[in-house]
Ligand binder design. Structure first.
Ligand SMILES: Nc1ncnc2c1ncn2[C@@H]1O[C@H](COP(=O)(O)OP(=O)(O)OP(=O)(O)O)[C@@H](O)[C@H]1O
Ligand SMILES: [Mg+2]
Length: 275
């Protein structure tokens, strides 16, 4: 499964975001981070939990109640370095969050450059990773803005529910606002989640196809009870049940994500060579 072609590529910082709650952001962040590691033995990944709910940290089995330092400290205290809080699972490193991130966010809001602290901290470690995947909270907050200022690209998971396409318009206006200060930010793609054989699901998928065209990932994530169970076992889906639909869906999505990134890198190189 190893593939060395990404070895010397620059790091890509990817935020998983949607202001709507429960669309599969955390599930995607966990299984994309792990999937990249499984698919490419040369890749180093940092998964950043930027949600006070701490769901990503908990899914990776981190005891968030007893953590002494976490992302809130990294963002607010100059003295806490990202390296000080990392959980290292071989090539996958995790920067955990705890509930105090909500309070730290309020403190950051009082600072003129508070929304740029994350960018500053991630730039310091960027060289050590091929991918930095950020899990974001489901509201428009300074934490979401911070993630978008720090990112090269975003993935938007949308569930096939009635309100998904309404919320997405609101999110896209935030995306455009952030791009004024972070012009490198790109839409990596939209990922449809919780897919079922229903008329509503089919309608949402068709509407998403019309709105996003090529930006829609061809891979979709079906509703699968194993994906709902895996967090309580503190495992990514591949280690919880490698044969289930959820596992196959997510590994297919990771392959598509890698292929798109390779194509983008190649196009960029060609453009640089010809100018
Ligand atoms: N494809 C799926 N099939 C079934 N259950 C899923 C699927 N994806 C995620 N889940 C479950 O649905 C719930 C919501 O998923 P998740 O936590 O990933 O969403 P989220 O967008 O991060 O939520 P929040 O907005 O609260 O951060 C979780 O309990 C998760 O285990
Ligand atoms: Mg979440």
């Amino acid at each position: 499964m190893g593939d060395s072609s990404l070895k010397n590529d620059n790091c890509r910082i990817v935020s998983i975001c949607n202001m709507k709650g429960g669309t599969g952001k955390t599930t995607t962040a966990v299984n994309l981070s792990t999937g990249l590691i499984l698919l490419d033995k040369n890749v180093n990944v940092l998964a950043v939990d930027l949600d006070p709910q701490s769901n990503l940290s908990i899914t990776f089995g981190i005891d968030v109640i007893n953590l002494k330092q976490s992302m809130g400290d990294v963002l607010m205290n100059e003295g806490t370095r990202l390296h000080d809080i990392l959980y290292r699972l071989k090539r996958l490193h995790i920067a955990p969050a705890t509930m105090d991130l909500a309070m730290k966010q309020r403190q950051l809001q009082a600072l003129p450059d508070g929304a740029f602290h994350l960018n500053d901290r991630l730039q310091q470690v960027r060289d050590e990773y091929n991918y930095i995947i950020i899990d974001t909270p489901p509201q428009s907050t300074l934490l979401l803005d911070s993630a978008l200022y720090a990112s090269d690209e975003i993935i938007i998971p949308i569930d096939v529910g009635y309100y998904s396409m309404v919320g997405i318009r609101e999110f896209l206006s935030i995306f455009e606002r952030i791009r004024k200060r972070n012009p490198k930010l790109q839409l990596s793609g939209v990922l449809i989640t919780f897919v079922e054989q229903t008329v509503l699901a089919r309608d949402v998928m068709e509407a998403a196809k019309r709105q996003f065209g090529d930006s829609l990932f061809r891979s979709v994530i079906h509703k699968n009870v194993r994906l709902a169970e895996a967090p309580s076992a503190h495992k990514p889906i591949y280690l919880y049940d490698s044969k289930c639909t959820g596992s196959q869906d997510y590994i297919g999505f990771c392959r598509e994500f890698l292929a798109r990134n390779r194509a983008k890198t190649q196009a960029q190189r060609t453009a640089e060579e010809t100018t």
